[in-house]
Design a protein around this ligand. Sequence first.
Ligand SMILES: Cc1cc2nc3c(=O)[nH]c(=O)nc-3n(C[C@H](O)[C@H](O)[C@H](O)COP(=O)(O)OP(=O)(O)OC[C@H]3O[C@@H](n4cnc5c(N)ncnc54)[C@H](O)[C@@H]3O)c2cc1C
Length: 411
Amino acid sequence: MAEQARSIAIIGAGVIGTAAAFALSREGWRVVLFDRAPPGEAGASFGNAGHVATELVEPLPAPALLFNFWRELFVLGGVLDIPLRRILSPWAMRFARAAFQRREHTALLAPFVRPAVPALIELLAQAERPDLIRQNGHFQVWMGRSAARDAQAQAKAMEKLEVATRPAPAEVVEAARNAARAEHGAGLWFPNCAHVLDPLEVVRAFAAAARKLGASFQRHEVMAIRPAPEGCEVVTPGSSTRVTAAVVCAGVWSGPLLKPFGLKVPIEAARGYHVQMPDAAPLVDAPIVYSDQNIVVTPMAGRMRATSFMEFTASDAPADPRKAAWLRASVRELGYTCDEAAPAWVGPRPVLPDYLPAIGRSAALPGLYYAFAHQHIGLTLAAVTARAVADLVAGRPRPDLTGFDLRRFGG
Ligand SMILES: Cc1cc2nc3c(=O)[nH]c(=O)nc-3n(C[C@H](O)[C@H](O)[C@H](O)COP(=O)(O)OP(=O)(O)OC[C@H]3O[C@@H](n4cnc5c(N)ncnc54)[C@H](O)[C@@H]3O)c2cc1C
């Protein structure tokens, strides 16, 4: 059994775990990062849209969605795939309850999301990879008959939330409209958003920067965390590692590691798909959110990436080939070069029913912390969360995190 002084284990080397590993290494902790796969390769962080989405200050559950979600169902041509038994599940009931607490939940989430761009820029600069992020904002476009009205309504909604928007430059809207051969077009520019050129490289950058400061990486499945004298023990097949503290950053797989400590984790995988388009040309050097199609297209290093779908199913269920096929056909209709062989991927967004993250500390085992469930904005929140975890572990006073404590689910 390995023994370390002032050491901290991080379970999960996605973007949240590696960002936390780097932040804690910078504070002098001896970090041991665990993952069953190389950093960034096995979870949602591998294939996201690369959008640093500071406009998403509201959690998703909303009364309007409860009444209109059926319009988005996959069986009706939409991007939401949720089987009936999940619509009637306790998770969905909690989601419905959260819809009526949206204002309070926004008050908790918004202050966390707003500083995300400068925080990520700073952490990537500290990791010596400032080149991975571009702060050109993002564009949202509409191309239906009501495009102009839709854009106006969105601008108003964003203004209420204090999210800055400007009318998208005419040349951007024209480029999108011409490429899609659409009759109508309108768009907004969100100047305070950003995008990364490669989400996997972001994870690798944080992992490498942590390693430079002495962090080690153990490629193992973590089976359990156990209390140990002056800390805890991380159990992997055939061995265990004694540490002063541990942080569970295992995305959608975090529940079983925390359950023994009385924490309830009603988490679901809201899976999303991407296709990569190595031959497609960007219309602009920023993500474009195609509102009518619910597709985000992001320019990345050496390729374009299109993402979509919310598929509620087991995190390890086989990919549904119809979804990649739909994405390929849809981006072709939008004017992008995308052949049938365009590589596709599916990955699990970790979502709690109130769409707030889980960040906190176990009461049963004081050296045990957690940071996961960053829903659709885990890349966005990685640096902010890393800072919050470092503050929590150091016992520094910081803005109240009780809204993200798992005890909100009982236990
Ligand atoms: C299609 C799609 C598009 C998205 N677009 C965006 C976007 O544009 N912007 C944005 O901000 N977010 C986006 N997201 C969400 C974002 O990707 C996630 O919120 C984020 O990646 C979650 O990071 P994580 O580190 O918590 O989890 P993960 O990346 O899932 O990492 C968890 C890691 O834990 C490891 N692990 C789990 N259990 C164990 C165990 N017992 N032992 C060892 N290792 C374990 C796994 O192997 C995995 O590597 C998107 C997601 C998807 C699917």
